[in-house]
Each structure stands twice: as structure tokens, then as C-alpha cells.
Design a binder for this molecule. Structure first.
Ligand SMILES: [Zn+2]
Length: 326
């Protein structure tokens, strides 16, 4: 089986034809241009799908389903993108629009949840029963696969770990709440606190790094690795907050494995060893085998591979339901 898959982002849209095993037959990337209306964007997505299907010498009838990852709240039950702030979508009935051209099953979920499916089925968490994928970037996203099935929540809002409170009355978050995990654990949070520290410690390596250009996550990791005391302090506090959030996730979900994705995961063992020790020490049942905390495997293709795995899972579930009815 082959699926037409989309990973809709604020800047660009990745599109691919992907097999049920996660093999990418063909893919394209094109700008989202979020100034366009949702109908204009969706029409563009469908136009480019026609070209891609031709390019890989397939027919529309070769496609069994369509999977879509959306940057926000996506309700698969109603087929609606409820709220995607980056692309200014509110209550967009995306399934109805696509159905006009593709009368086939169409599935959608939040992009971080879709990335979690990709890691679970074909990536770093392959073979696990329960896994969590955490993406560290501008924000902090996550997704859960429980008993081999993706957890969506009742309305598609499950897995928003970036907005669990880890510091009551802490720093304000874009969501309107205070003390969210994202405000302490995202790469933006790391850059913010490193920039503040470099402004105070003007003789630090971190401050020297900031002279020509704003700090990046990589700069901070590089300075910490080189032993700069200011960068190390910032990094230790950052990993402490990450560990606090991860401990709660371990206590609630008792997963086999946690995959860490996003650009900061490139720091490898330097980051992973810091955020593996503390959560396993702090977890309530610390006599259990330690939860493996590893680097996510998929990078840019996680969205389209995860969307294909979502299609395969949903079609399988639907055929099971039908056979139970008969
Ligand atoms: Zn928040």
C-alpha cells in the first residue's frame, strides 16, 4: 500500500508518497506561504500531489489513504484543523476539502504526535511497546505511543507535554499559562538564559560567541563542552528542568524508551547522559530497569513517514472493526 503524506509546517510543506513500511517513493518540499487562505494552500497541496504522482509513474488509484501532520490542534474524528496558530488556521475542515478530489480515507494529527509514530514504528523506538518522543526546538513538543497505538486524546489534543506545568507561577508561556515545560525546556529557553548569562559574564566564552551573532543552541553546547563555566551553569540548569519534566512523564507512562529529537539532539551523549541519570534516579519505582533515553532517528522525513504509519494503523484498525461487525 502507498500513502500520500503531508507534513505542514509554518515555513514549508513536505509531501511524500510513502509505502506502508515507511519507504519514501518520492518527495517534494514547497513553501507554505501562510499569507494564503487555507483553501489556496490546500489547492496547492493537491496540485503538487498530482505532479508527484505522475513523476513517480503512479496513478491516483495506487494511493490507499492520505495522512497529514498539522502544526497545532488537529482532530482526526471530525477531520478538522481546529487551531494552527503558525499558519493562521481556525476550524478548517481539511478532510472535506481534500475529499472533493480524493475520495479515500484521510487521517490527520498534530505534527509532534506524528513524529512520535515515526520513531515508534520505524525509528529509534522500534520494537518498544510504550514510547515517548520529545522534540526540542523553538517550542517543546511530544507524542506518546501506548501499547503500540498512538495516543491522540479525546479531541486530538493529547501529548501537549510542552504545556505541563513544571514551575507553579513560573515564567509566562505563549499559551497564556505560567511555568510550562516549554518555557524551561525548549531550545528558545536555553538560548534566552544563555544570552542573559553572557550579558552578565562578559569575560565568558559564551559572551565572546555572542559578539558577532545571536547565540544558537549549538554555540551553547560547544561552549559547555569546551568547559566554559558560564555555559556549563546554563546547561546544567537547563538539563535539570528537562529532567524534572521527563521524570513526571516516566512516572505517569512507565515507557520503555524516550527519543529526543530536534536540532539540540545533535549534542548526542553530552545532552543525553545529563537527562538520563536524574529522571531514572528520581522516578518513584527506581528498582525498575532504567528508561532508555536516546536520540531520535528521523529528522526531516519524520513527518511524512509518521503520516504513512498513521494511515497504515488507522486502516488496520478500521478493517478490524469491520470484521468484528460482520
Ligand atoms: Zn504553555
Amino acid at each position: 500500500m502507498y500513502f500520500l503524506c503531508y507534513d505542514v509546517g509554518g515555513i514549508d510543506i513536505k509531501m511524500g508518497i510513502v509505502s506502508e513500511n515507511g519507504e519514501i517513493i518520492g518527495k517534494k518540499i514547497f513553501p507554505t506561504d501562510a499569507t494564503r487562505t487555507p483553501i489556496e494552500i490546500i489547492s496547492d497541496m493537491l496540485h503538487r500531489a498530482r505532479l508527484l504522482i505522475n513523476e513517480v509513474n503512479m496513478q491516483k488509484s495506487d494511493i490507499s489513504a492520505i495522512g497529514i501532520g498539522l502544526p497545532g490542534l488537529a482532530d482526526n474524528n471530525s477531520g478538522t484543523a481546529i487551531f494552527c496558530p503558525n499558519i493562521f488556521w481556525h476550524d478548517v475542515p481539511i478532510r472535506d476539502y481534500i475529499k472533493m478530489e480524493y475520495d479515500m480515507p484521510i487521517f490527520m494529527l498534530n505534527d509532534a504526535t506524528i513524529a512520535a509514530i515515526a520513531e515508534h514504528k520505524t525509528g529509534a523506538c522500534k520494537g518498544a511497546r510504550n514510547s515517548i518522543t520529545i522534540t526540542l526546538g523553538t517550542g517543546l513538543g511530544g507524542g506518546f505511543v501506548i501499547d503500540d497505538k498512538v495516543y491522540e486524546g479525546s479531541f486530538g489534543g493529547g501529548g501537549e507535554i510542552g504545556h505541563m506545568t513544571i514551575v507553579p507561577n513560573g515564567k509566562p508561556c505563549n499559551c497564556g499559562n505560567k511555568g510550562c515545560f516549554e518555557v524551561y525546556g525548549s531550545v528558545s529557553a536555553l538560548i534566552k538564559s544563555a544570552t542573559n548569562a553572557a550579558t552578565i559574564h562578559t569575560d565568558s566564552m559564551l559572551a565572546a560567541c555572542m559578539k558577532d551573532a545571536p547565540l544558537t543552541g549549538k554555540d551553547i553546547i560547544d561552549c559547555a563542552k569546551a568547559g566554559d563555566a558560564t555555559a556549563l551553569d546554563v546547561f546544567r540548569l537547563y538539563t535539570y528542568y528537562l529532567s524534572v519534566g521527563i521524570t513526571s512523564l516516566i512516572n505517569i507512562f512507565d515507557p520503555d524508551i524516550i527519543a529526543i529529537g530536534g536540532g539540540l539532539a545533535n549534542a548526542g551523549d553530552f545532552l543525553l547522559s545529563q537527562i538520563s541519570i536524574e529522571p531514572n534516579k528520581r522516578r518513584v519505582f527506581n528498582m525498575l530497569p532504567p528508561v532508555k533515553i536516546v536520540r531520535a532517528m528521523h529528522s526531516n522525513d519524520a513527518g511524512i513517514i509518521g503520516a504513512a504509519m498513521l494511515c497504515a494503523q488507522k486502516l488496520h484498525d478500521n478493517s478490524n472493526k469491520l470484521s468484528q461487525c460482520n
